[in-house]
Design a protein around this ligand. Sequence first.
Ligand SMILES: C[S@@+](CC[C@H](N)C(=O)[O-])C[C@H]1O[C@@H](n2cnc3c(N)ncnc32)[C@H](O)[C@@H]1O
Length: 217
Amino acid sequence: MRDLFGLKWWPAFEAAARDHAWLRPGAILPSETEIARVVDKTLPKETALFRHAAHWPAIRATGAKNVWSAGCATGEEAFSIALVLPGARILATDVAATAIRVAEEGVVRRQQLEKLSPAERRLFKSDGPIAAEVLSRIEFRVHNLVRDDYATGFDLIVCRNVLVYMEPDHKLRVVEQFVGALAPSGLLLLGSVDRIPIDDVGLKRDERNGVVFLRRP
Ligand SMILES: C[S@@+](CC[C@H](N)C(=O)[O-])C[C@H]1O[C@@H](n2cnc3c(N)ncnc32)[C@H](O)[C@@H]1O
């Protein structure tokens, strides 16, 4: 489990594993595909458009052109990035194939729109599909941060509320790989819950519009 996804055990997965009898003494371990299916089903995929309101003016101010939304769940984070950074190209990835399939449809749920402020709401023409121009700038892909290769040259990586689920050693390894994926002076934005030892990975704290980014020197 740890080596496949770098994840700590979480209650929904533990319950599912118990249902599948994987935890019984002498149980035959399931195949990687079977584990991945259950992981996908039980992973916490909570997300929202413009989640963490304070981040969005700061993300807009970066003027980034090449962005990675890592652990994008059902795509709301990537849609929000595309809306505040017109002209940016966005790679949006998640280990959960079911979430990526929802994201690719580009449909924003009505309940999500209802939570927006009037100003944010004006960015959407109507309930339903995201504008084709916005979607055309986002490439959705299934990607496991712990096992798969990383693309490079990003001027902004947004990875919020993902590392919090990982074991410390995997978390550190993922951040080291983010550093390699950033262009020089590129910025990493984590969630407030995703604490990492930045000195160990050679990133510099860079506060912009009241939001703490981590900058590759
Ligand atoms: C709580 S959601 C956060 C979504 C979004 N970043 C946000 O803040 O609104 C966490 C996401 O991380 C993804 N995730 C967990 N482990 C991962 C891994 N090893 N590689 C890629 N994504 C992973 C989960 O599938 C889930 O969609």
